[in-house]
Design a protein around this ligand. Sequence first.
Ligand SMILES: Cc1ncc(COP(=O)(O)O)c(C=O)c1O
Length: 310
Amino acid sequence: MAELFDLYLEHAIGDTPLVPLKNISSPSSGQVWLKLESGNPTGSYKDRMAYAVFKNAFARGDITTGSRLVEYTGGSTGTSLAHIASRTGIQFIAVSSDAFAQSKIDSMLAYGAEVITIPSEDQKITPDLIAAMREKAYAIAEEPNTHYADQFGSPDVIEGYVAMGQEIADQIGAPIDVFCAAVGTGGAFTGTAKGLHQAGHQPDLIGLEPLQSPFLTTGEGGSHRIEGIGLGFTPPFLNLNQCSEIRAIDQNDAFHMCRRLATEEGLLCGPSTGLNVSAGLAIASERGPDTVVVTLGCDHGSKYFTIDKS
Ligand SMILES: Cc1ncc(COP(=O)(O)O)c(C=O)c1O
């Protein structure tokens, strides 16, 4: 197979709804809109980047039949990569950890991925854990016929998210004052912002991180429980000069917001989405009634039923 062209994947990924929050925002606040990505095949916006990574790697000849692909991942990216790896007959190796939701490890295994688990301390996500996962993935990538997906550096990742910004611009039909989103690799934040800019929007860009791992705001990472973000370093995709602000949000507010989104808005979302919405509502309240704030619904909440939220 020289390239990836797949009608199922073309149609199944993207074109997700943009949903206004109706019941949890106050009338004296601006409007918050959520780009709800849980409808993608693996329930996460990571399907967008995984498809772009595979498509371009096939097109360049970086992977061909018989190749292996490796990445270190909390499991969302890994599940998205495992899904497309299975579809295209490529062996995917995920370097992950018991700090992340077991359902994500199970999903990667279900798609036929090999999962290497690096043990964590008390199931906490720490900068040291991320570094150990990275080291292992780099070592595997040195083996013959093995391609490193490079979710932190590949331009394919950004390309995968540009359409998300363009979709938001088409759907909203109004000027966007603020785009805010939590930052892991920074791919979704930066790619979506690029798509918004290409569509003529110039919102203030506000990056978000967990208060318990406030590396971007204080230079000091810490342990926290919001999967996929707050990694303890500035990711190469994040251009701090583009951001009008970086804001740290308490993980407890994020978990609380997940429960409110489910019970008051009918939206079952993961913790990073809870964090995005907490920040979005605060920003909309500060800026007042005529403001339009857009944020991302990163993934589906059903992946997190079994995690410890304390
Ligand atoms: C659930 C979840 N939310 C948010 C993010 C952050 O996305 P990005 O890496 O594009 O910054 C991730 C990344 O893994 C994630 O898994």
